[in-house]
Design a protein around this ligand. Structure first.
Ligand SMILES: C[S@@+](CC[C@H](N)C(=O)[O-])C[C@H]1O[C@@H](n2cnc3c(N)ncnc32)[C@H](O)[C@@H]1O
Length: 365
């Protein structure tokens, strides 16, 4: 992480402008990823297009897991994200000259017993051979998936294919003393959001929380396990993600702290919260701003909103803040920006950020 910068921002109050501090925490790409993003052979836009801004292709955190037995056999402790040199060197050594070394992947994400990688188009003909070698890289890997397209669609489903190993890809792993069950063939889990998951585990004590885009419980579970909220309502409309959300609530023994809801958050969130929520989590990107009206309706005055979105690095949050302020004005609410943090690099020149804001009623003069 490079140094932070501090920016002034204003709160939106109809007829009033207040000044507050907006701190921007930057997470720059490590040098090797910057080189990759800018290498002449492909060009920045080519990489950006291929990656499609898929955070799971470009995020760079390294996270360790705890060992967790799973139904398919033993799992040894390992890393969610491999050290790039060791993995690349391993592939080069095992594959010899059969595949050009600069085409071989440098990163591997490991979720339980499932390894997920992205291959350069030129390396795809060798995918079966590469997959077999990946199986040898770590004894816990039993399935190897290749991303075929960015995560997309309303359900945010991954596009992946099995290139080696076991077709049974349902798995489980532990992070921050939380257990996550999932099938990486069916649902997304962004390793790059690890720091944000850890942050959420420290917020919400005693609060009524609405997790509007719950996924498999990436935020709800750590919050419930560590912060002991009064209740988290976790809303999700993808039946596969909802299945694992329910399973994770039970596996982490937080059924009394997290209530799952299957359906459209745009309808359910305001109905459930009735304007009484202390905190609302908007853990979606590329579409979050469409739900501002409903998120605002959830919160009582003084409630806290966490908004995730993406934006160009030079002013990542600017447009989203503008839209939030406009939505607040329409609802006669006041926004006080508390902080904006970079969650991860989304694609070259673009960041995934999260805004923390306090929402109040407009005070009448
Ligand atoms: C990108 S995932 C993020 C999960 C988690 N919040 C995180 O940040 O890691 C967003 C989830 O929101 C769900 N989602 C999107 N729009 C929704 C809606 N209108 N109602 C309920 N769930 C929705 C998707 O199905 C997906 O599982």
């Amino acid at each position: 992480m490079s140094g932070g910068a501090t920016h002034d921002a204003h709160t939106s109050t109809p007829g009033r402008a207040l000044l507050t501090t907006l701190s921007i925490l930057r997470e720059d790409l490590p040098e090797d990823q910057r080189r990759s993003a800018h290498r002449g052979r492909q060009g920045v836009s080519a990489l950006s297009n291929r990656a499609g801004g898929d955070p799971s292709l470009l995020h760079l955190s390294s996270a360790t897991t705890e060992a967790l037995p799973n139904p398919l056999g033993s799992v040894v402790p390992g890393k969610l994200d491999t050290g790039r040199n060791s993995f690349h060197q391993f592939l080069c050594q095992k594959l010899g000259d059969s595949v050009a070394h600069d085409l071989l992947p440098r990163r591997l994400r490991i979720l339980g017993h499932v390894a997920v990688l992205w291959l350069e188009p030129e390396a795809i003909p060798a995918k079966a051979r590469i997959g077999q070698v990946v199986l040898e890289f770590d004894s816990k890997i039993r399935s190897v998936l290749r991303r075929t397209a960015p995560i997309s669609g309303p359900f945010r489903q991954p596009a992946v294919e099995l290139i080696a190993g076991d077709a049974h890809t349902e798995t489980a792993f532990r992070e921050n003393r939380c257990t996550f069950h999932l099938d990486p063939m069916k649902v997304m889990f962004s390793i790059g959001n690890k720091a944000e998951r850890a942050r959420m585990s420290q917020l919400g004590a005693g609060e009524l929380v609405i997790d509007m885009f719950a996924g498999i419980g990436q935020f709800s579970i750590p919050m419930a396990v560590h912060a002991h909220p009064r209740l988290v309502h976790a809303i999700e409309w993808n039946p596969d993600a909802f299945h694992y959300l329910q399973q994770n609530i039970e596996a982490n023994r937080v059924t009394h702290l997290v209530t799952p809801h299957l359906g459209d958050t745009g309808v359910l969130a305001p109905q459930i919260a009735q304007g009484n929520a202390d905190r609302v989590l908007m853990g979606l990107i590329q579409g979050t701003t469409r739900y501002f009206k409903q998120a605002l309706a959830c919160l009582h005055t003084g409630g806290i909103l966490h908004v995730h979105e993406i934006g160009p690095r030079h002013d990542a949050a600017g447009r989203t803040v503008e839209l939030l302020e406009r939505a607040a004005q329409d609802e006669r609410r006041q926004v006080t920006l508390l902080a904006t943090r970079t969650v991860k690099t989304f694609s070259p020149g673009w960041n995934h950020f999260v805004i923390d804001a306090r929402i109040d009623e407009v005070t009448q003069n």
